[in-house]
Ligand binder design. Structure first.
Ligand code: PLP
Length: 364
């Protein structure tokens, strides 16, 4: 079996012990299993810095997009209107979600290398009183930019609107004081910074806003309110991804052993900085400037007069133990390197050594 580590933003490289949890076929209706689900839900609230009196965590089958779609469609419903702030493909995906579900929306585009500006949001909310919800991405994995959700939250809350955040690739990899910032719905998934395997997403919901979702969903399986109601004792409404849930419970445990979000976010940030400084020495510049660059994934430009393709570079690196990622920004030729998952300083050092060999071979 080929073995390489993933320098991609999820699925990512997980520990052997997380994978080993999946060697058990667990039944879903008994108390053991329900307790595992309930423990996960409680721990997610802790990671979000919210109290169970004010918030609840709902687990949703499917990949991250299912969670975003569930939160937007169930909370905005047919009567509301959502303002989407977009500076990347995941913001654009929210528009796609609204189009498919027939949900009223307005989208405000920002360049991929700029963060959404709270002053612009404030202006739009003043001129368009029909808007009931504001939705945005925290870490735009398209580019690696880390958006300033705190400043946007301030104007959204001042205007009395509901705030939805796709924190898929940042939750637990970057501290997010969800209650302090007034986020009503925040979404992430099992296979990002908590370092589980893919199979479900989760939505941390402010309870009073979740209550308002009753009967609003436009989809049966993605009905956030019904999923929550059904999950009150830890039983999932429809078949749950049991192996993934067991792996996720273990991943949370390992995250605590590492030292929680403070230790994990430091590891990610240190490795990202090392990556950028070493890549700079080899002539690779970043697409996002340092002030806005997040610690999750980095977009690099190809150097001038580049004499190799992504495919050549990818195959060379993969054969030596690491999988990198193609670029996704639309207006420039780029590639991406993620550093979340079971990736340590020595992995970045090894990757840089591989790059040096590759460039020497190419006479680049
Ligand atoms: C990974 C990711 C998603 C979810 O994508 P899926 O392919 O559905 O898992 C959504 N938003 C962001 C910002 C992501 O990084």
């Amino acid at each position: 079996m080929i073995n390489y580590k993933l320098l991609t933003p999820g699925p990512l490289t997980t520990s052997r012990t997380v994978k080993e949890e999946m060697m058990v076929d667990h039944c879903t209706w008994d108390n053991d299993y329900k307790q595992i689900t309930q423990k996960i839900r409680a721990e997610l609230l802790e990671l979000a810095h919210v109290s169970p009196e004010e918030y609840t965590a709902v687990l949703m089958q499917g990949s991250g997009t299912f969670g975003v779609e569930s939160a937007i469609t169930s909370s905005v419903g047919k009567d509301g209107k959502v303002l989407i702030l977009s500076n990347g493909a995941y913001g654009e995906r929210q528009e796609d979600i609204c189009r498919h579900a027939g949900i009223n929306y307005r989208i405000q585009h920002f360049p991929y290398y700029e963060t959404p500006d709270a002053a612009v949001v404030e202006q739009i909310l003043q001129e368009d009183p029909d808007i009931t919800h504001v939705s945005m991405v925290h870490s735009e994995t398209t580019s690696g930019i880390l958006n300033d959700i705190e400043s946007v939250a301030r104007v959204v809350k001042a205007a009395g609107k509901v705030f939805i955040v796709d924190a898929m690739s940042s939750f637990a990899g970057v501290e997010i004081p969800v209650a302090d910032w007034g986020i009503d719905f925040i979404i992430s998934s099992a296979n990002k910074c908590i370092q589980g395997v893919p199979g479900f997403s989760f939505i941390i919901c402010r309870l009073d806003e979740l209550m308002k979702c009753e009967g609003k969903a436009v989809s049966l399986s993605l009905d956030l309110y019904d999923q929550w109601k059904g999950m009150f004792d830890g039983k999932w409404r429809f078949t749950s991804p049991t192996h993934v849930v067991l792996a996720f419970a273990k991943a949370i445990e390992e995250m605590k052993e590492e030292g929680g979000i403070p230790a994990r976010s430091k590891r990610y940030a240190d490795n990202q900085k090392l990556l950028v400084s070493e890549m700079a020495k080899l002539g690779y510049k970043t697409y996002i400037d340092e002030a806005h660059q997040g610690p999750i994934i980095t977009t690099f430009f190809y150097p001038e007069n580049c004499n190799y393709t992504f495919k050549e570079m990818y195959e060379y690196i993969k054969a030596r133990g690491y999988a990198i990622y193609p670029g996704k920004v639309t207006e420039a030729e780029t590639f991406r390197i993620g550093n979340i998952g079971e990736i340590y300083r020595e992995d970045i050092e090894k990757l840089i050594a591989i790059y040096k060999d590759f460039l020497a071979e190419k006479n680049a």
